[in-house]
Ligand binder design. Structure first.
Ligand SMILES: [Zn+2]
Length: 202
């Protein structure tokens, strides 16, 4: 009798265990899968096809960035009424004089409130460190999120503000890699950097 009870309890526990195991992964996996799908759909519509074809490192960085952004930021930046569009800036070969990217309008991309254009230089692709490229993209997206282009005047404070937001989103490591890899190396590269050197001569 006692053994029968034990057997029953064990069976119930086993069923519960199986249920818990099969239930949890689907709950946890859902947002990631959705974000994955949304990211690819978004980039298919709003980034030039050249990234996928010619600049795989940059394309990987774009994908990672949109996979990792906080939810509210992701939704604000990928609103089809006012999307962020990515095109390349080619700095070598005759394409550096002029090149075109075509965006086919779909039902979703209404542009009802305009769009925000980010150009990414082909040179970014010359690194194996995709996280450094991500740092650049996060910085540009932070300017958009903070609506810096809608202010009447540019100020170096905006650079600090954008970098601060990238850190707040949790990507300080990538920001530092971008700074190290692509940051201002000499006087004249970056007016804000030059200014901070002049203000702290040492
Ligand atoms: Zn900036």
């Amino acid at each position: 009798m006692i053994n029968d009870m034990k057997q029953k309890v064990m069976e119930i526990l086993l069923i519960l265990f199986v249920l818990v195991c099969s239930y949890q992964p689907s709950v946890l996996a859902k947002p990631t899968t959705d974000r994955h799908k949304l990211t690819y759909e978004y980039l298919d519509q709003f980034s030039g096809t050249e990234f996928k074809i010619d600049y795989p490192q940059i394309y990987q960085a774009l994908t990672n960035v949109f996979m990792e952004l906080p939810d509210d930021v992701f939704h604000a930046l990928t609103d089809p009424k006012r999307p962020v569009i990515f095109v390349s800036n080619i700095t070598t070969g005759i394409a550096r004089y002029a090149h075109a990217t075509e965006f086919i309008k779909t039902k979703k991309s209404t542009f009802a409130q305009g769009f925000y254009l980010i150009t990414l230089a082909d040179e970014l692709n010359n690194t194996d460190d995709v996280e450094a490229i991500e740092g650049i993209i996060f910085h540009e997206l932070a300017h958009r999120y903070l609506e810096h282009l809608r202010r009447s005047q540019f100020s170096c404070e905006m650079e600090k503000e954008a970098n601060g937001l990238v850190k707040k989103w949790g990507f300080e490591k990538k920001f530092l890699k971008a700074k190290e890899k692509f940051g201002s190396k000499k006087i004249g590269d970056s007016p804000c950097q030059d200014l901070s050197i002049n203000n702290n001569p040492k």
